[in-house]
Design a protein around this ligand. Structure first.
Ligand code: NAI
Ligand code: COI
Ligand code: MG
Length: 356
């Protein structure tokens, strides 16, 4: 088959890890008989530098015309003092929203070769874990109205509006139950319903849906407790569904239980639009341009592209197996604990390609 893939390389380590993921896609293509049309799309700080805007005209349309989008990461200190509308992160939120990518799948599993790198108690690490964090991606506080203004007696004030509709909650909720049916049939919905009205609506909608899926075990959990339960024993979780900001934070937390944030991929999915695949990490300006970034998260994002956009589970499994083989033979980038000299980004990518 021939696939049209839009590449948003982005900023910082984005181009370095996308390059390795593209190499892996090419290798899988050669082995399984697929070819690609690559479409380089400008977005983020690099787009601001080249065009004066982080989200140039034509970026959205180029992604819409593709079968799938692969993204590295955007942002960095160079662009931190720009006005909010010109910041790279604004473009990231815009593309997610414009493509209708409301469901962000962030799998966090302890890969067998990395048990020793897991910071949990050894009896907990021995059990392993495999959870799917499903993050609502196009609503909530990241998309609410922002204000900053001067008061007469309290200095400056700022506010960010957190808003959710029943429709937004229901569609991510259904995704959670449907995903759970393909896994271990357990959903934990994470909210802050003891304080937030958005969470009370979230919980009411989830309870209504839970009645429609009696074969799936359902429970609620407050987000502060969830942050603790994740580091106590992540094997408690199967599908964990939550709103945008809670999901952003909890997934970075979960990543460290797997060994490094450089390992975790994600898939952002809508109803009838191309999926967008990206590592959960950011542009890592502290290691950018040094051949130090772990390319595994980007490479596993390519595996998710095969699984969720192209419906080719064999190709996805071939990539995952190649990653596991590299890890079990002791290959480590600097972010992962291990003995011996760490491998660079390019060397790690080369070894994974060789394993396919
Ligand atoms: N999807 C995206 O484009 C995202 C962009 N960002 C942006 O990225 C910039 C940096 O954000 P930070 O808060 O520093 O988060 P970050 O995820 O970029 O980095 C946090 C820490 O993890 C390390 N790290 C991240 N990815 C790694 C990898 N693949 N291999 C090895 N080490 C890795 C970094 O070196 C750093 O020490 C900011 O401008 C932020 O807004 C942040 C998160 C997501
Ligand atoms: C702009 C941020 C919401 C990006 C981020 O941290 C993420 O999506 O994980
Ligand atoms: Mg994040």
């Amino acid at each position: 088959m021939n696939f049209k893939i839009a590449l948003i390389r982005g900023d910082g380590i984005g181009p370095e890890v996308v390059e390795e993921a593209v190499g892996v896609l090419e290798t899988v293509g050669a082995r399984f008989g697929h070819s690609y049309e690559w479409i380089d799309v400008l977005m983020g700080g690099c787009a601001y530098d080249a065009k004066g805007t982080p989200y140039p005209e034509g970026t959205k349309e180029a992604c819409q015309r593709a079968d799938a989008v692969l993204l590295g990461a955007v942002g960095g200190p160079k662009w931190d003092n720009l006005p909010p509308a010109l910041r790279p992160e604004k473009a990231l939120l815009a593309i997610r929203s414009d493509l209708g990518l409301y469901a962000n799948l962030r799998p966090a599993a302890l890969r067998p070769a990395l048990k020793a790198a897991c910071p949990l108690r050894s009896d907990i690490a021995d059990k392993g874990f495999d959870l799917m964090l499903l993050r609502e991606l196009t609503g909530g506080i990241y998309f609410g109205e922002r204000k900053r203004y001067q008061t007469e007696d309290r200095g400056e004030e700022a506010s960010d509006l957190m808003k959710y509709s029943e429709m937004e909650i229901e569609r991510i909720g259904r995704r959670a139950f449907e995903l759970a049916r393909l896994r271990r049939k357990k959903v934990v919905s994470v909210d802050k319903a003891n304080v937030l009205e958005t969470s009370r609506l979230w919980r009411a909608v989830m309870h209504r849906l839970a009645a429609e899926y009696p074969d799936v075990a359902y429970s609620d959990m407050l987000v502060d407790n969830c942050a603790m339960q994740l580091v106590r024993d992540p094997s408690f979780f199967d599908v964990l569904v939550t709103e945008n900001m809670f999901g952003d934070i909890l997934s970075d937390e979960a990543s460290m239980l797997t060994g490094s944030i450089g390992l975790l991929p994600s898939a952002s999915i809508g109803d009838r639009t191309p999926g967008l695949y990206e590592p959960i990490h950011g542009s890592a300006p502290d290691i950018a341009g040094q051949d130090k970034a772990n390319p595994v998260a980007a490479i596993l994002s390519a595996a998710m592209m095969f699984r969720y956009s192209f419906r080719l589970a064999g190709e996805a499994a071939a990539i995952e197996k190649a990653v596991d083989l590299a890890l079990s033979s002791g290959c480590r980038t600097a972010d992962m604990a291990g003995s011996g000299a760490p491998l660079g980004t390019r060397e790690m990518g080369k070894i994974i390609r060789g394993n396919i």
